[in-house]
Design a protein around this ligand. Structure first.
Ligand SMILES: Cc1cc2nc3c(=O)[nH]c(=O)nc-3n(C[C@H](O)[C@H](O)[C@H](O)COP(=O)(O)OP(=O)(O)OC[C@H]3O[C@@H](n4cnc5c(N)ncnc54)[C@H](O)[C@@H]3O)c2cc1C
Length: 426
């Protein structure tokens, strides 16, 4: 991941280093494609680290079987990104990504055909598909209603063990809560998840924490913590705490900034850094030009550090409004880099419903780029912008991922489908 030459040559230039861009880079290097990954933001630190495939559609229906949910979405939202990807391909995308993460020491788990019930920091239950191994046992504790203790730490904002237990009390009678002072933090008014996680990378701190907790343990079968159990090797932290406490331990994801999101990002970076077929350019792309020889010229960075890339294909993974792949203006929504057509409501007044939680959602969340079955942005109903310009992730139209609970699934599955389509087009 060292960027020396002024002009780089690659098979595929991936723009945007969020989940879809990073996953696309994994799929590209796994296929032996020389790849340049460009981007400076790190949107993944804000995500929970859970990977939803398909949770809710329509608004009244939460799916235990995500594949049945996807089948319904394909029927009822024909423009949804899942509509042109087979279940096999989606499944392969997750399998390939899980294997890559495992080599980097980050374990994810899933139940092939079933969503799992995950405890949130509010004490609600959320359906997800692929979850960090450190979170998995919380699902088992909840499903068996095993007596469990939820722990939180003095000074940690937005995570209250008491709130979790009181919200779940009716459903889960054997749940209790405990607030502890995290070792060596008595002088601090506020403590932050990343700092606690780093402290728990040190075995002596795990022992201190276990010593504080042991006198409070009674008949509980499990202990649940906020997701701060180490940064680099959470599996090791969890298993050491399990030995010290004599019972299974699990994590509950916290609101952003989320340590599982950071671990996920770091594991992808660690794995990609080692690949000689990958070159990382940590700058924003300023310009993309489609060339007459069917390749692309891409320019990234500022005057002081400008980078030129010549590639056979481009994969646009620049996200929505937060990542600035899409820009919302008075006159409408536009795509920031190439001026691609954006499917959107006829006027700004139609972006939102007057009711925040309207069951039909907000039209602005369905705005985005329309693609063909090879994930190529369209400039007219069936004409792609260029033979090898592809797009993936949350920039795509009709995904409405917050409402359908399909954010990571769409990012990973479309990245996989787009890389395969690019490879087939070579
Ligand atoms: C707070 C939060 C919580 C979430 N929780 C969950 C969850 O529990 N489960 C789940 O499944 N999903 C969750 N997600 C959603 C999931 O993370 C998104 O679906 C996913 O981030 C979409 O990935 P993306 O790569 O397409 O877009 P983004 O994550 O937006 O990434 C796009 C990237 O492109 C970069 N970029 C834009 N323009 C340029 C340019 N010109 N040059 C270079 N780079 C550029 C941006 O800086 C950004 O880094 C969550 C997301 C957020 C924000």
């Amino acid at each position: 991941m060292i960027s020396e030459p002024t002009t780089l040559h690659a098979d595929l230039a991936i723009i945007g280093a969020g989940l879809s861009g990073m996953s696309a880079a994994v799929f590209a290097v796994n296929r032996g494609l020389s790849t340049v990954l460009m981007g400076s933001g790190n949107s993944m630190n804000f995500a929970s680290g859970l990977m939803d495939l398909m949770g809710v559609w329509p608004s009244s229906k939460a799916w235990d079987d995500p594949w049945a949910g996807i089948a319904r979405v394909r029927e009822e939202i024909p423009g949804h990104p899942y509509a042109t990807i087979s279940d096999d391909s989606i499944n392969q995308a997750f399998t390939e990504l899980m294997a890559f993460l495992k080599v980097q020491g980050l374990d994810y788990r899933r139940s092939a055909r079933r969503n799992v019930n995950i405890i949130t920091s509010l004490g609600t239950i959320k359906k997800s598909y692929l979850v960090p191994a450190t979170v998995w046992k919380g699902m088992l504790a909840f499903e068996n209603l095993s007596p469990s203790l939820i722990v939180d730490f003095s000074g940690m904002k937005l995570f209250s063990a008491c709130q979790i237990t009181s919200t779940l009390a009716e459903q889960w009678p054997g749940l209790s809560s405990l607030r502890l002072e995290f070792p060596n933090t008595s002088h601090l008014e506020e403590v932050y998840p990343e700092h606690l996680a780093r402290a728990l990378d040190v075995p002596a701190n795990r022992k201190r924490l276990a010593d504080l907790l042991l006198p409070h343990l009674e008949a509980q079968a499990y202990v649940g913590f906020p997701a701060v159990l180490g940064t680099m090797a959470p599996g090791e932290t969890v298993s050491e705490l399990e030995t010290l406490l004599g019972r299974p331990v699990f994590e509950i994801p916290t609101p952003p900034v989320s340590v599982p999101g950071i671990r996920f990002h770091q594991a992808l970076v660690r794995g990609l850094e080692k690949h000689e077929r990958l070159h990382f350019v940590p700058d924003r792309v300023k310009k993309v030009t489609s060339l007459s020889d069917k390749g692309f010229s891409v320019t990234a960075g500022n005057d002081g550090r400008r980078r030129h890339i010549r590639s056979r294909g481009v994969l646009l993974c620049t996200g929505r409004f937060l990542g600035r792949g899409l820009i919302a203006e008075r006159a409408g929504i536009r795509e920031a880099l190439l001026g691609l057509p954006v499917t959107q409501p006829g006027s700004r007044q139609m972006w939102h419903h007057s009711t925040l939680f309207h069951p039909k959602g907000h039209a602005v969340n369905r705005a985005g780029i329309l693609v063909d079955s090879r994930f190529r942005p369209l400039i007219q109903s069936s004409t792609p912008y260029a033979g090898q310009l592809h797009a993936a992730g949350s920039i795509l139209a009709h995904s409405d991922w917050t409402r359908l609970k399909c954010g990571s699934g769409v990012a990973v599955a479309t990245a996989h489908a787009a890389v395969e389509a690019f490879e087939q087009g070579l």
